[in-house]
Design a protein around this ligand. Structure first.
Ligand code: SF4
Length: 399
């Protein structure tokens, strides 16, 4: 049975943070019960697909899934479990939660609902930075939430951090990292702040109220994170993720190792049978698709799903590009045989000149596996652009 992952999107948040371009909405918590019903119906509609597969991970992302009542999360987990062909006790069920909106009782309920792994959106331990990010919690709330998660029995807890904030100094970032390490989580994710088009932060940058941090300092912060986290016993396994042994995010690995995943919920992305799709984004439209009249639903390839915002089978160049750039996000990279088994084409034939160029520049190594060097990790996006340009040129040349 081919393993499958399931991503469940929960689009509700207490407030919409100014830097966020996720499919997340504030002030809609009242929709949760009908949203849960829609999720359960969508999952049941995928019964033919799920029934043929072993579900190895479920990932609740958002939005803030931690704000959904534990019983409702439990119903969604049960719906996946009951529809899937196999669902073993060691399947990972991960959920993102925000500090300050949690309690011991809630965590206990999530454990009982089958959640095995928590990701806490700490982001920073600095009051001014948290305010800049519009986060509603304090550093103390993060500490308290981690403690409560442990008491409720969570053996795998991750802290998410953001760096590269406008005006941030290296010393503040180091303090954040050290405080996160002191709390002894099992996993830490660290992402550089990006200014996403259309967000309030982008408008503030456009009006000159906020100046993005210098790129060299952001790069130095990334290197410092690697140094401090590795010295504290965390192993980097992906560009932005470090874990204690055995605590890597198995759900997120699905994306990087080309495993298929079903995406359910408003705006969820999925990758199934070679097709990539994105569900209709707005929670009300999504709920309506699974309401009594069923408008906006469609039957496709063994499943019933809501109207999709986008649905396409990647052309060959895009499929090669997706595979390579995702595989290169992993610190261990990939073996050329894996690429060949997937595409029936040698990686050197596909992108040899780009790999040569990157190797000469010290960005990449080929020692039986193809992997980015420390310098290359900082330039993953630029390398991806070169890979895509080369693949497109080949397609044009072949035409
Ligand atoms: S809590 Fe997370 S998902 Fe929600 S608005 Fe803020 S950054 Fe976006």
């Amino acid at each position: 049975m081919k393993p499958l992952s399931v991503y469940v999107h929960i689009p509700f948040c207490t407030i919409k943070c100014g830097y966020c371009d996720f499919n997340a909405y504030a002030g809609m918590h009242g929709l949760m019960p009908s949203y849960r019903n829609a999720l359960v119906r969508e999952i049941a509609g995928w019964g033919d697909v799920l029934g043929r597969r072993e579900v190895v991970t479920i990932g609740f992302g958002g939005g803030t899934p931690g704000e959904m009542p534990a019983e409702q999360i439990g119903e969604v987990v049960r719906a996946v479990r009951e529809s899937s062909g196999a669902f073993t006790d060691d399947a990972e069920v991960s959920l993102e939660a925000n500090p300050g909106t949690t309690s011991y009782r809630h965590f206990e309920g999530l454990r009982a609902a089958g959640v095995t792994r928590l990701s806490l959106g700490a982001q920073s331990f600095d009051t001014d930075e948290l305010r800049f990010l519009d986060r509603i919690h304090s550093a103390e709330a993060t500490e308290g939430s981690l403690q409560l998660a442990r008491e409720a029995g969570f053996e795998s807890v991750s802290l998410d951090l953001i760096y590269g904030l406008p005006g941030q100094e290296m010393a503040t970032w180091e303090r954040n990292l050290r405080r996160a390490i002191e709390l002894e989580p099992d996993h830490i994710s660290a992402y550089a702040l990006t200014v996403e088009e259309g967000t309030p932060l982008a408008f503030r940058v456009g009006r000159g109220e906020v100046t993005p941090l210098d790129g060299d300092l952001v790069a130095a912060m990334y290197d410092r994170a690697s140094e401090l986290l590795e010295a504290a016993g965390f192993r980097q396994y992906e560009l932005s993720n470090w874990a204690k042994p055995g605590h890597e995010s198995r759900h997120n690995l699905a994306y990087w190792i080309d495993r298929e995943y079903l995406g359910v919920g408003a705006g969820a992305h999925g990758y199934l049978g070679g097709e990539r799709y994105e569900n209709i984004a707005h929670p009300r439209a999504y709920i309506a698709a699974f309401g009594p009249d069923g408008g906006g639903r469609q039957e496709v390839g063994g499943g019933v799903r809501p109207a999709v915002a986008e649905r396409y089978i990647p052309d060959r160049a895009t499929a090669l590009f997706d595979w390579l750039t995702l595989a290169l996000r992993r610190i261990e990279g990939f073996a050329p045989e894996q690429f060949e088994a997937r595409f029936g084409l040698g990686v050197e034939d596909a992108v040899g000149p780009v790999l040569d160029e990157c190797e000469r520049a010290g960005l990449l190594g080929r020692d039986g596996r193809v992997r980015l060097s420390r310098a290359g990790r900082q330039l993953h996006s630029e390398i991806a652009v070169r890979i895509l340009a080369h693949l497109r040129e080949q397609v044009v040349a072949a035409d």
